[in-house]
Design a binder for this molecule. Structure first.
Ligand SMILES: *Cc1c(COP(=O)(O)O)cnc(C)c1O
Length: 449
């Protein structure tokens, strides 16, 4: 205890530290709380030293956690860690307008009274999905939980029949079996990892079955000794047993992805046509909109889900709804080129090469080797895992700095640049760098060099 009090004498007060730090661009209460927290930690140290330096580094870390623009040089277009789909100009305009004005969000302009949220959007969503009806919640995980909770609440029907080949993990902390269990469902696994037959499903159906759940293997693929029934086959037995067939499509491509990728994602329209009762998918993957979860399919099911009290906890706000309204309309109008992430996937290689050449000119004379390389962009967001889009990279090598250290310096730049390390170089894939960011990229790399 005596030692502790001695140490206390050496540790400056919060006020003194604040004075020493000078101007810091953080709200003062946030700064004070951070300093107190760091001081508490430092006091527990045996031999407290470098107090100011430690606090400065904690401030720097907190400041870097602020949501901010980064330059995505990974080539992964729908990067889940980077906020998935960036939004295009028209969608951003819609967001700004909705955000800064009153809207008819829940007001019926015809009758002059309280109206229904997202009527227009739901109508157009249904058209886009070739569905009787559609609705929208916060994300696909929420959509799935809503659907599960709703259908398994009809006791004694609590069993969800699902293939062992589809008990997958989607992203951080999203495991299908855990979502099922937390929604009150009883997992009725059928088949094996690689093979599940229609017979397996049929044998599992009984008077306790709540639904058949089909989960799209969105972020991986299986090849070889693999078999599973298709949606049509599952729909036949679901119909016979009078249970709904729910398909979690994940990435929700509403167009034929084989036009720009080497593989085809199942579309909501064809999945519903093949007999699924409902589909759900993310709005910020291949649809290219804001973070949302879309549910589409049978009108009676959608209406029932919307009446579920839990739906209220998952509803979207006017900003997201107007962004999605514009996104859906762009798809319906065939203006996919206005959807930023989809446009990015289609940038011709020659354009990227031109930009790369311009960038290299700006680097001449730097003590850093910069070269143009070939890259492979990916769609990301757990969709089209086999698709690689040819791309152009800037390859950076420094004689005295290891690639990993160079990579860390680029991350520390303003704005932070995130590339990837390969072939002893840091590579920046230009497909995912917006052209208006080229100048920032150049100045950031110059300042590091
Ligand atoms: C991505 C994905 C989800 C989760 O979607 P979120 O919108 O991130 O909640 C669920 N299921 C599948 C199959 C997915 O690919």
């Amino acid at each position: 205890m005596i030692r502790k009090s001695q140490n206390l004498r050496e540790i400056p007060s919060v006020d003194k530290i604040l004075r020493q730090l000078g101007e810091i661009d953080l709200p003062r209460p946030a700064l004070v709380a951070l300093i107190r927290r760091e001081l508490a930690k430092i006091r527990r140290e045996k031999n407290p030293r470098d107090v100011i330096a430690k606090i400065q580094s904690a401030i720097e870390n907190l400041r870097r956690d602020r949501i901010q623009t980064i330059i995505n040089g990974t080539g992964i277009i729908i990067h889940t860690n980077f906020g998935r789909s960036p939004l295009g100009e028209k969608v951003v305009e819609a967001i700004a307008t909705a955000a800064s004005n009153y809207t008819n969000l829940e007001y019926d302009l015809n009758g002059g009274e309280r109206g229904v949220r997202a009527n227009y959007l739901e109508h157009n969503l249904a058209v886009l999905c070739g569905a009787e009806a559609g609705t929208i919640v916060n994300n696909c995980a929420a959509a799935l939980v809503l659907i599960l909770r709703h259908f398994v609440s009809k006791r004694p029907r609590r069993e969800v029949v699902i293939s062992r080949g589809e008990l997958v993990q989607i992203g951080g902390g999203f495991r299908i079996p855990e979502i099922l269990q937390s929604s009150g469902a009883i997992l009725r696994e059928v088949g094996t990892t690689n093979k599940t037959t229609l017979e397996d499903y049929r044998n599992a159906l009984n008077e306790k079955t709540a639904m058949i759940l089909h989960v799209h293997r969105s972020n991986f693929f299986m090849k070889g000794f693999v078999e599973s029934p298709n949606i049509q086959q599952l729909a036949t037995i679901a119909d016979k047993a009078k249970v709904p067939l729910i398909a979690d499509l994940g990435s929700g491509a509403v167009f034929d992805t084989s036009t720009f990728a080497g593989e085809k994602e199942p579309t909501p329209a064809e999945t519903l046509k093949h007999g699924a009762s409902l589909v759900c998918f993310s709005g910020d993957k291949l649809l290219g909109g804001p973070q949302t979860g879309i549910i589409a399919g049978r009108a009676d099911h959608v209406a029932a889900l919307k009446k579920d009290p839990f739906f209220r906890a998952l509803r979207c706000d006017k900003i997201v709804l107007s962004a999605m309204q514009t996104t859906v309309d762009l798809h319906l109008a065939g203006e996919e080129n206005q959807i930023a992430s989809l446009a990015m996937a289609r940038i011709p290689l020659a354009k990227l090469k031109d930009r790369a050449e311009q960038i290299l000119i700006a680097f001449s004379g730097l003590p850093l080797s910069a070269k143009i390389g070939a890259g492979k962009s990916q769609i990301g967001g757990g969709s089209l895992p086999r698709t690689e889009i040819p791309s152009i990279t800037i390859e950076l090598r420094a004689t005295k700095i290891r690639p990993n250290d160079l990579s860390a310096r680029l991350r520390a730049a303003t704005p932070p640049i995130i590339g990837y390390v390969a072939d002893d170089a840091v590579k920046i894939d230009l497909r995912t760098v917006f052209p208006h960011q080229d100048a920032m990229l150049i100045s950031a790399i110059k300042s590091i060099a």
